[in-house]
Design a protein around this ligand. Structure first.
Ligand code: AMP
Ligand code: GLY
Length: 424
């Protein structure tokens, strides 16, 4: 089979790596531009500038049998619709179903309609209304731009200055443009977060093992939010009973409501939950795999990943017996100093071969470029180092040993990935 992986970061390298192990994959393609790891195992087609219709035309001409999409930006503009309208199989939701991530107002109203546990909220169309709503909720309070804002649209506010600044940026300065035409003002949820991924098609869904991301750039959850600095799986905060509760009280009603509204979801649904004293509450939905959660989930998948994607494309995911490895996985993301703000790129990376040769270690490139045998940094998040082990301490020790062997100017990474789970 000819398979296309859309996207070019660490998550997509992991998707392609999992597919490259499948005997059923004869040709692997990717849209990656700056990813030496991914471009080392897949052929690159650079059509991202031309849009999703052009990519679908190319895939049709190339005879691509199956496509899997990484980033939400493609899904929310309708890449799945374009592919399906040409009779092409694709793992990812339609534009209508992807709105569960693309519009926080849509997601919150969908949850409210089903009584799904999530923070109480008010939708506001003006700065004045948002400030009033925030005062009603009291501090701390959370202000969210409705649409996609590159992970920067959410402000957790602990004082009124922060509230005013967040509302002003979204609704007066309009820094997120149309994505900020409406805001969700919601109550603050206290607890520990976890990522719950489900594989979904019209036959039903299967919950994947739990994982936990580390969003802040510095140790002890200090500094600004990033795309994700590291992850591990399973996450003890979300054990089997929590996964069952999430399935019954969150996933089932939400997926049924989407289907009833003519927005059936096919793809990976990522539910960000807060484990509160009252149980799991939804913080957000994403219409795709998490990054770097994928880097700890797919190495634990025993079932052929191509079979999983094919089953979803043929609407028979619910009957597929999914098998998982008992090993734990931990991923440490090496990034460029300055990220998520400004950073420099182009620095040579050394130690990749030594790191990859360690037992139980997998390297997933996020932003690198290789020329004449020299690999260089090419973005904020550079490489994810995944360690596998019989328990979390072993997985972490392997990941950190490998992370220590890799060098580049300005290398920064968190030293406390998994620390919360280890304390339990
Ligand atoms: P989101 O983009 O909705 O995932 O929000 C980004 C981050 O903001 C989440 O990962 C949480 O850490 C935090 N957050 C969002 N909503 C809430 C909430 N209601 N209470 C506490 N923290 C929140
Ligand atoms: N790891 C967070 C995300 O993928 O959104």
């Amino acid at each position: 089979m000819k398979v296309l992986v859309v996207g070019g970061g660490g998550r997509e390298h992991t998707l392609a790596w999992a597919l490259s192990r499948s005997p059923g994959v004869s040709e692997l393609w990717t849209t990656a531009e700056k990813n030496a790891g991914l471009c080392g195992i897949a052929r690159c087609v650079d059509l991202t500038e031309q849009g999703v219709a052009a990519l679908a035309d190319w895939a049709k001409g190339q005879g691509i049998d199956l496509t899997v999409v990484g980033p939400e930006a493609y899904l929310t503009v309708g890449i799945a619709d374009e592919f399906r309208s040409r009779g092409l199989k694709i793992f990812g939701p339609t534009k209508a179903a992807a709105e569960i991530e693309g519009s926080k107002v849509f997601a919150k109203e969908l949850m409210a309609g089903q009584g799904v546990p999530t923070a109480p909220f008010t939708v506001c169309q003006s700065a004045g209304a948002a400030l009033q709503a925030a005062r009603r909720f009291g501090l701390p309070v959370v202000i969210k731009a409705d649409g996609l804002a590159a992970g920067k649209g959410v402000s957790v506010c602990f004082n009124w200055e922060e509230v005013e600044k967040a509302v002003d940026q979204i609704m007066v300065e309009k820094v997120f443009g149309e994505a900020g035409a409406a805001v969700v003002v919601e109550a603050y949820l206290e607890g520990e977060e976890a990522s719950i991924h489900a594989l979904v098609d019209e036959s039903g869904f299967q919950v994947m093992p739990s994982s936990q991301d580390h969003k802040r750039v510095f140790d002890n959850d200090q500094g600004p939010n990033t795309g994700g600095m590291g992850a591990y799986s399973p996450a003890p905060v979300a054990g089997e009973p929590v996964l069952e509760e999430v399935s019954a009280r969150i996933l089932r009603p939400v997926l049924e409501a989407l289907a009833a509204a003519g927005r059936s979801f096919t793809g990976a649904l990522y539910t960000g939950i807060m484990m509160t004293k009252e149980g799991p509450q939804v913080v957000e939905f994403n219409c795709r795999f998490g990054d770097p959660e994928t880097q700890v989930l797919l190495p634990r998948l025993k079932t052929d990943f191509l079979e999983v994607l094919q089953a979803a494309a043929e609407q028979r995911l619910a009957e597929l017996p999914l098998k998982w490895r008992p090993e734990h996985a931990a991923c440490v993301v090496l990034c460029s100093s300055g990220y998520p703000g400004a950073y420099k790129t182009g620095y040579p990376i050394t130690g990749l071969e030594e790191a990859a040769a360690l037992p139980g270690v997998l390297l997933f490139h996020a932003a690198t470029s290789c020329q004449d045998g020299v690999c260089r940094t090419a973005g904020g998040r550079v490489i994810g180092v995944t360690g596998m082990g019989i328990d979390l301490p072993q997985a972490l020790a392997r990941a950190y040993q490998a992370a220590g062997l890799i060098s580049f100017t300005g290398k920064h990474y968190r030293k406390d990935i998994g620390a919360r789970a280890l304390r339990k």
